[in-house]
Design a protein around this ligand. Sequence first.
Ligand code: FES
Length: 283
Amino acid sequence: MAQVDQSSGGRPVRRGAADQGVNAPGRAQIAARTLRGDRWWLTPLVTFVCFTAWLLYGLVRASTQKDYFVADYGYLTPFASPCLSTSCVPGSAHFGTPFGDWPPLIPFAVLTLPFLLLFRLTCYYYRKAYYRSFWLSPPACAVAEPHRAYSGETRFPLIVQNLHRYFFYAAVIVSLINTYDVLHAFRGKNGSFGLGLGTLILLANVVLLWCYTLGCHSCRNIVGGRLNHFSRHPLRYKAWGWVSALNARHMTFAWVTLGSLVVTDAYIALVAAGAFGDLRIIN
Ligand code: FES
């Protein structure tokens, strides 16, 4: 039944399911989907393509379990870390083999990847990115979304986004594991100290991963939240300042780490497969 809504300027508006979302009372009643004349669709499109490509790459690499370790130099790709089974390539089980034989169809990284994926999927930046590019909710500022109703993150499944702070702790543990893997990459052919291009790539990747992880909004809250006086907590204030500096570049690190993970994995895969040798700097 049509009713007069004062917030719509006195025009009759129809109540019902179609009156939710962008058609809700109080919203400007504009027939066009958007009045924007720029290429507002480009960013969500690029985001969609890049995320899809990354997920496909990660899925293939994590599931094929091939060429993930360069034994001569101790290079282990993050996509297969930690390797905790006797099925791992000799030398790649940096934390021992507590799991014995590993079922061939299950990726080694099944122990860590779900937590990392959940950490990224619930990340404040990624939420914005995939809400816009995959769910079109909305696809861009001032562009009406196609959905009729909007419940936000108040119901299942999106209420799970509130667990992000707990996935943060899991991500810290995985970053520590990746850091330990890098220490193994300072190995030369005879087992003594060595340094190669692969070492530098692994090192750069783990530094970027830390920049992304520590720039997390939850980390910022853990470090500097629940304080009434920063002046009484100078160390936490200092740490909060560093975390805030990373946090301001969180979107950048979110993208850069997707790239650095692929570069690191691809380099190790190509060296392990014998496509070319590692560029050695020392030993
Ligand atoms: Fe992005 Fe926590 S907000 S990782």
